[in-house]
Each structure stands twice: as structure tokens, then as C-alpha cells.
Design a protein around this ligand. Sequence first.
Ligand code: CA
Length: 185
Amino acid sequence: MKQIFPFYLILIIFSCDRNDPEPGIEIALNGDMETGATFPMGWNFAPGLIAGHSSSWSTEQASSGTRSLSISTPGNINSIALWSQYYGNADKNVSGKDLTFLVKVKGNNLAGLGISIAMRADAGSGNKFVTTEGVKAIKGTFDWTTYAVNIPLVPEDATGVYLFLIFLPNSTGTVYFDDASLTYK
Ligand SMILES: [Ca+2]
């Protein structure tokens, strides 16, 4: 019994800790980038106005499972390229909610402006756009790192939300994205 007592004590301490934030409700589709036939379900790639970026549903790197989304270019292209996902309000209405978009990013020789993570809530009263650009430089060579953007109050007349994984203009290198999460509370 002497060995059991400390174990119970630890359990009691943990069960009394109610300070953890309430978990949000997950609504991103295919956040782990694992599902799809020939293309990652729920995600779209936009090559930008000037061709030159390569995208892939990559098996080279993964934070979870075997897949991630990648963008790369050896050139210095004056155009963005991006992966995106659209969340419409049809399923769970995010109007008036506090919305957080998280994603893991891995960089390989990212030079120039690098990468940004962004989110836009579309609404007749005015779109809400948040981005890591100008706030947090995402460049260089680095292992899986989580980045987040937040809209603390989605407009009441919002119709939906775009999630953006952006390769900024005049940048080079390769980026991988995995384990995206969109939650509201
Ligand atoms: Ca994955």
C-alpha cells in the first residue's frame, strides 16, 4: 500500500486542476492531410498568377501519418502560390465565434519573404483577414513548428472562412504543411 498512495495523490492533484482552457470544436476537413484518392480531400492548390511553383500531396515529409502538402520553387517568382480550404457555415455556424487556425510547418532552405499562414472570414459587413505575414517570419530550414492565426470575433453575417497556406512572392525553397486544425469556441 505504501507504493500505491503516491499514485492516488497524483491522480487527485490532476483531477482538481480545472484551469485548462475548454477545448475548441474541430471543424477542419482532412487536417492531417492523409485522406484522398489522387488529391488531398478538402484542399485546393492555386498556382498563382505566374507559373513556376510546384505543389504536391507529398510523401517526402509528414508530421502525422505519411502525407503533407508541399510547395516549392527554385525560382524567384513575383507571385504567391497557396493551398487553401473553404469552410462554409452550412455544417456548424462560426458566426460570432472565436476562431483559431493552427498548422504545422516544416521549411527547407526558405529564402526571401518565405511562408505565411492566414485566414479570412467573408462577410457583407466587411471581411476579417488575419495573417502571420509581417508578424512572424517563417523562413529558413526548420523542423515541424506550429503556427496559428486567430479571429476573436467572426462577424455575425459571415458566410464562411478561407484557410490559406501561402508561399509568399519573391521567395525560394520548399515548405511542407501538416496537421491543420480549425476550431471555434
Ligand atoms: Ca499527415
